[in-house]
Write a protein that binds this ligand. Sequence first.
Ligand SMILES: C[S@@+](CC[C@H](N)C(=O)[O-])C[C@H]1O[C@@H](n2cnc3c(N)ncnc32)[C@H](O)[C@@H]1O
Length: 314
Amino acid sequence: MKPTIVLNLIDAFRHSKTMFTAVQMGVFEGNRDLGVAGDRLLEGCAALGLLERTADGGYVNTAEADTYLRKDSPHTLTGYILYSNKALYPMWGNLEDAVREGSNRWGQTFGFTGGGPLFSHFFETEEKKQDFLMGMHGFGQLSSPTLVRSFDLSRFRRCVDLGGATGHLVMAAVEAYPGMQGVLFDLPQAIEFGKRFAEGKVGLVAGDFFVDALPEGDLYCLGRILHDWNEEKIRMLLRRVVDALPEGGALLIAEKLLRPENVSAHMQSLNMLICTEGRERTLEEYRALLTEAGFRSVEGKVTGCPVDGILAVK
Ligand SMILES: C[S@@+](CC[C@H](N)C(=O)[O-])C[C@H]1O[C@@H](n2cnc3c(N)ncnc32)[C@H](O)[C@@H]1O
């Protein structure tokens, strides 16, 4: 028996942290003024396939780095990387306590006390809000165009993306189904940021989906929302969606579906432990919650993208 799996896992966080640090230090924007051991960081990035050596001994971005690791690229994933570097990486340092206590690590890692809404931690400063929402946008662009085509949504007329961040999901739906109108609904701070992507393409409504009236629609979306919350809040939110939907209306959910072989979903479930009140679920667990809330049919689709899809019809 070879120890390959163990050796690879010993190395795994070093790979991530090397990329996080290089993004943080502007390596993929061409910064080479990196300090005493800058060469070692550049060599590490080259070994990871993020930089290539040039004939004159310098480095250039590989195609992947140029597309996903430059902050000004339309496909950038640097938002999620910066959020990972500044927030997730320190909090994952307390995974052992999270496992023992079954709760997130904002307080332990950053000294946040006194509760307050969960997203006040993610949005504590403009910079943190921007990293997080750009992170959602970058990942969303990888999934949303496929997700909205995983089901036939052509019969729906008005799609409301609840907690939609930059609106990547509702904008993909409106693009895929001419004749569909879209509304992006999110907290005021998120709408303020999201409008730079969504204004003029879909309607914008600021509000709290646990409290405020939901904008009218026959298709609601919850993209990476249910995994943030405990079951009591999920039940409340699903009931609010059912109450707002007309008969035959539907809810489109974007989440990673837990399956034994879906390693990314299991890592995300631990990540939800670290930074939220929630967790990832199997399709059967979602089906139970959706049926209890009043949906009569529930269909799941594995998309091959970072998130899978569920369509629940009232
Ligand atoms: C994990 S992000 C998912 C964003 C987006 N749906 C996606 O898939 O990229 C959670 C989103 O829910 C929003 N949110 C959190 N609490 C909310 C609330 N009470 N009412 C409305 N939106 C909320 C956040 O602002 C954020 O945009």
